[in-house]
Design a protein around this ligand. Structure first.
Ligand code: FAD
Ligand code: NAD
Length: 470
């Protein structure tokens, strides 16, 4: 068996692993990255990017449908027709460009990429099964390393009584439909269920969302979720909260569900998207041989992403919640720098989160409730988009921006927003918190007019008791 030595070996080329590799390359660390599928991981191939591409397709289609039905803007359009195969091909083109770009960046930074599935032998030895090229035989390679970064990501949770198959699908299949179903049941009203449920509904599919908790998006506060729920219902999505899924119906034409009232009923569906969460990918590649400290299926890490074994690091979804691409990237960058001898810790002042529903939700830092639970005396203030000129010109006056700040010194602790396009406000939210801004800093910053960002300034002004436009 061929053996190679390296300083740093990374298993997994998702946003955690590839960013760690590129940064390590920049820092001159000899690095090997092993990826079993395509560089870019879940995020670029079957997650963040393809979902946002389809959201764009659905938004454009939906807007045309609206113009065809009612030309309040003076635009008259014919009812549009969707060619989903072309939409998927366009989405695939974006994915290909981005994953190709990642491969090129890895090469530029002299990272050796090995395509194959890694298997852990011990903390410093990894075997890779490299697929055969053109009729040749599968090759085994052994790599010895000084540092091992585990970045194997996550996989969708399966419901044991409703295994994935032709009719019961994950987000991966939902992102590449060959044709659209007539009726889609979505199990799970979280990020994936709502983002993709909205796509399918806007493309004309009848969508039912079945959520076990008493409300959709239970991880966000109720005020933020309310406009999303109203919009979903207005679009014609049926939402079943506090409802358990029991399995496929006997005739296979729907799912059996049970609400709190106890009676069972059938929700008709040609296809069922199960989106009840993702779990760390910590099984099937010899991780257990290392006997690392775990938290369930997640690898336990400290604030430098060190595991319980020296020189073994873990980043991204493998380390549990929040399973977000920007967290994985930030951890990957940090670990490369620590290995290069820099002093770093992973203590972000906030971890922004965006839900790309319509309207979108964007948050950074503490909600008013979280701040109070932490024993802080806070002030909070909201500014509604109904009072923002730009929002009116975009026909998107639903929603608001809210700020949370300490009462004593006005230090900003958190931002929340719901509204069309608020994902782009998340940069301002995170920057102000990371830079330790006070309400006066944001209130005293000139914000370009007319923009949705003015609502950010106005929320800060309102918290100081001097909002101008309300
Ligand atoms: P991954 O991206 O999962 O990458 C892990 C890689 O490791 C994979 O490529 C896998 O093939 C490889 N691998 C695993 N085991 C081995 C092995 N033994 N040998 C070799 N290779 C291996 N997050 C956001 O922040 N914003 C979003 O908008 C967003 N949208 C999403 C939409 C969907 C539909 C999904 C499913 C997820 C979304 N996420 C989003 C979450 C985001 O994709 C993940 O948080 C992110 O990809 C995690 O990065 P990672 O590097 O930890 O793991
Ligand atoms: P999620 O945790 O966001 O939502 C899962 C939902 O399913 C929850 O509301 C939960 O209460 C519900 N649920 C659980 N078991 C159920 C059951 N048996 N029946 C009915 N409902 C049930 O998970 P997800 O939507 O699968 O997404 C996985 C992860 O991917 C997210 O946690 C997030 O980290 C990431 N993601 C992020 C984005 C983004 O940042 N915009 C988008 C998509 C995915």
């Amino acid at each position: 068996m061929a053996t190679q030595n390296t300083t740093l070996l990374i298993i997994g080329g998702g946003p955690g692993g590839y960013v760690a590799a590129i940064r390590a390359g920049q820092l001159g660390i000899p690095t090997i990255l092993i990826e079993g599928a395509t560089p870019g991981g879940t995020c670029l191939n079957i997650g963040c990017i393809p979902s946002k591409a389809l959201i764009h397709v659905a938004n454009e289609f939906h807007a045309l449908q609206a113009y065809a039905a009612d030309s309040v803007l003076g635009i008259q359009a014919q009812a549009p027709v969707i060619d989903i195969a072309r939409s998927v091909a366009w989405k695939d083109g974006i994915v290909k460009r981005l994953t190709g770009g990642v491969a090129a960046l890895l090469k530029k930074h002299q990272v050796t990429v090995i395509s194959g599935w890694a298997r852990i032998v011990d903390g410093k030895t990894i075997d890779v099964e490299v697929p055969a090229v053109k009729g040749g035989r599968t090759q085994m390679q052994r790599i010895r390393c000084e540092h091992l970064v585990l970045a194997t990501g996550s996989e969708p949770v399966e419901l044991p009584f409703m295994p994935f198959g032709k009719q019961v699908i994950t987000s991966t299949e939902a992102l590449s439909p060959k044709k659209l179903p007539k009726r889609l049941a979505v199990v799970g009203g979280g990020y994936i269920g709502l983002e993709l449920g909205t796509v399918y509904r806007k493309l004309g599919v009848d969508v039912d969302i079945i959520e076990a908790q008493s409300r959709i998006l239970p991880s966000y506060d109720a005020d933020l979720v309310k406009p999303v729920e109203i919009a979903l219902r207005a679009m014609g999505v049926s939402i079943h909260t506090a409802t358990r899924v029991l399995g496929l119906s006997e005739d296979g034409k729907g799912v059996r569900v049970q609400g709190t009232e106890g009676a069972q009923r059938i929700v008709a569906a040609d296809q069922v998207l199960v989106a009840v969460g993702r779990r760390p990918r910590s099984r099937g590649f010899g991780l257990s041989t290392l006997m690392l400290d775990m938290e369930g299926l997640a690898v336990r890490i400290d604030d430098q992403c060190r595991t319980s074994m020296r020189n073994i690091w873990a980043i991204g979804d493998l380390t549990g919640e929040p399973m977000l691409a920007h967290r994985a990237m930030a951890q990957g960058e940090m670990v490369a720098e620590i290995i290069a001898g820099h002093t770093r810790r992973f203590v972000p002042a906030s971890m922004p989160a965006v839900c790309f529903t319509d309207p979108e939700i964007a948050c950074a830092g503490l909600s008013p409730e979280q701040a109070r639970e932490a024993g802080l005396d806070v002030i909070e203030a909201s500014f509604p988009f109904a009072a923002n000129g730009r929002a009116m010109t975009l026909q998107s006056t639903d929603g608001f921006v809210r700020v949370v700040a300490r009462h004593d010194n006005h230090l900003i602790l958190g931002w929340q927003a719901v509204g069309r396009g608020v994902s782009e406000l998340s940069a301002a939210f995170s920057q102000s918190i990371e830079m330790g801004a006070c309400l006066e800093d944001v209130a005293g910053t000139i914000h370009a007019h007319p923009t949705l960002g003015e609502a950010v300034q106005e929320a800060a002004l309102r918290a100081l008791g001097r909002a101008v436009h309300i």
